[in-house]
Design a protein around this ligand. Structure first.
Ligand code: KG4
Ligand code: ZN
Length: 341
C-alpha cells in the first residue's frame, strides 16, 4: 500500500511516498533556513508563504522520485499538529485536496507521535520500547507498546533540548539553526572544561529542564545578569570548550533518564528520534549507556530525525490499517492535543 505523506508543521516542506509503513520510496525535504536565518529564528508568516510556494512542486518530486503517478496513491497522510498554524494549514489543505480529488482515504498524523515511532522506518519494529524524542519544540519520553499505543511518561518543564542548542548557538553567535553548529564546534572542545549544571528534577519522574543550563552558559560568557552580546572576547579554545561542556551537560540527563525509564517500564529497547537525535555525541552516549545497561538502542536514521514526511506516511499507514481516518473537515491544531499534554 502506497501512502503519500505531507509535512509542513514548521520550516521544512516535505513530501514522501512510503510502502506498507516501512519502505521509503521517496522523501523530499526542502528547508527554508536561508529565509529565516537573518531573523535568528523561524518567522511564522514567512514560513507559511514559503510552504505555499513549494508544496505543489515538492509533492510532484516525491511522486516522481518514487516512480509513481497520483493515480497510484492509496491514501494521503498529513501532519495536522502541533506546529505553526499557518504552516500546518498549507499541508492540510493540500492533503485534503489530493484525497478528495483521488477519492482516497485521508489520515491525520500527530507530528510528535510520528517522531516517537520514527525509529521503525526501514527497520524491524522495536516495540515495546521507551522512546526519547528530542526536537526544537519538545523533549519527551514515551512508553511505546505499539505504533498506536503511545504513552507520554516525561517531558521538559521549560525549554526543549533543540531550543537550548539554538539559544546557546545564539549566545556564541554561531547562527541559526544552532544544533549542527554547536555540535561542530563541540568536537574541538573539552566536555569537562566547564561544569555546567545538570537539571535532575525529581528523580522519580522523567521530566527535563533546560532553561537553567542556557542561562548558565549566558552568565559564563557575559557575566551574571548580562544579556546576549558580542563574544569577541572569547578565545577559539574557550568557545569550543563552552560548546563541548554545554553539549555534555545537555546530554547527560537525557541518557540517564532514558535508561531509567526503560528499566521502570520493563522494556529492553530504547528508541531515539527528533532533530536533536542527529547529534553524533548524543547517539554515541546513548549507545554506550544502552550497552552497559543491556538495552538495545534503535536510533532513527539521521535523515529521518529532522522534520520529514516519511515518518508521517509511515505512521499514516498504521492509522489507516487501524481504521483511524480523518475527513475533509480536518483542521490544523497549533497546540498539543489534550490527551497528550
Ligand atoms: O525535529 P526538528 O527538525 O523540528 C522540530 O520538530 O522541532 O528539530 C529541530 C531542532 C533544532 O532545534 C535544531 O537546532 C536541532 O533540532 N538539531 C540539532 C542537530 N541537528 C538539528 N541539535 C543538536 N545537534 C544536531 N546535530
Ligand atoms: Zn519535528
Amino acid at each position: 500500500m502506497l501512502i503519500l505523506g505531507i509535512e509542513t508543521s514548521c520550516d521544512e516542506t516535505s513530501a514522501a511516498v512510503v510502502c506498507d509503513g516501512r519502505a521509503v520510496r521517496s522523501n523530499v525535504v526542502t528547508s527554508q533556513i536561508a529565509l529565516h536565518e537573518r531573523y535568528g529564528g523561524v518567522v511564522p508568516e514567512i514560513a507559511a508563504r514559503a510552504h505555499i510556494e513549494a508544496i505543489d512542486h515538492i509533492i510532484g518530486r516525491a511522486l516522481a522520485t518514487a516512480g509513481i503517478a497520483y493515480g497510484d496513491v492509496d491514501a494521503v497522510a498529513v501532519t495536522d499538529g502541533p506546529g505553526l498554524v499557518g504552516s500546518l494549514l498549507v499541508g492540510v489543505t493540500a492533503a485534503k485536496t489530493i484525497a478528495m480529488t483521488l477519492n482516497v482515504p485521508l489520515v491525520a498524523v500527530d507530528h510528535l507521535h510520528a517522531h516517537a515511532v520514527s525509529a521503525a522506518l526501514g527497520a524491524e519494529s522495536p516495540w515495546p520500547a521507551v522512546s526519547l524524542v528530542v526536537s526544537g519544540g519538545h523533549t519527551s519520553l514515551y512508553h511505546v507498546r505499539d505504533f498506536l499505543d503511545v504513552q507520554l511518561i516525561g517531558q521538559t518543564v521549560d525549554d526543549a533540548a533543540g531550543e537550548a542548542f539554538d539559544k546557546v548557538a545564539a549566545i556564541l553567535e554561531l547562527g541559526f539553526p544552532g544544533g549542527p553548529a554547536v555540535e561542530r564546534l563541540a568536537r574541538q572542545g573539552d566536555p569537562r572544561a566547564i561544569r555546567f549544571p545538570r537539571a535532575w528534577l525529581d528523580e522519580a519522574h522523567f521530566n527535563f529542564s533546560y532553561s537553567g543550563l542556557k542561562t548558565a552558559v549566558l552568565y559564563h560568557v557575559h557575566g551574571t545578569g548580562r544579556k546576549y552580546g558580542s563574544t569577541a572576547h572569547l578565545r577559539p579554545e574557550e568557545r569550543a570548550d563552552i560548546a563541548a561542556s554545554f553539549q555534555a551537560a545537555l546530554i547527560e540527563p537525557l541518557v540517564v533518564k532514558s535508561v531509567a525509564a526503560a528499566h521502570a517500564c520493563g522494556v529492553r529497547n530504547l528508541t531515539l528520534g527528533g532533530g536533536v537525535a542527529s547529534n553524533a555525541a548524543l547517539r554515541a552516549a546513548l549507545a554506550r549507556a544502552c550497552a552497559e545497561a543491556g538495552l538495545t538502542l534503535h536510533a532513527t536514521p539521521t535523515e529521518y530525525c529532522t522534520d520529514n514526511a516519511a515518518m508521517i506516511a509511515a505512521l499514516g499507514y498504521h492509522k489507516l490499517t487501524a481504521g483511524q481516518l480523518a475527513d475533509l473537515w480536518l483542521e490544523p491544531r497549533a497546540g498539543l492535543a489534550r490527551a497528550r499534554r
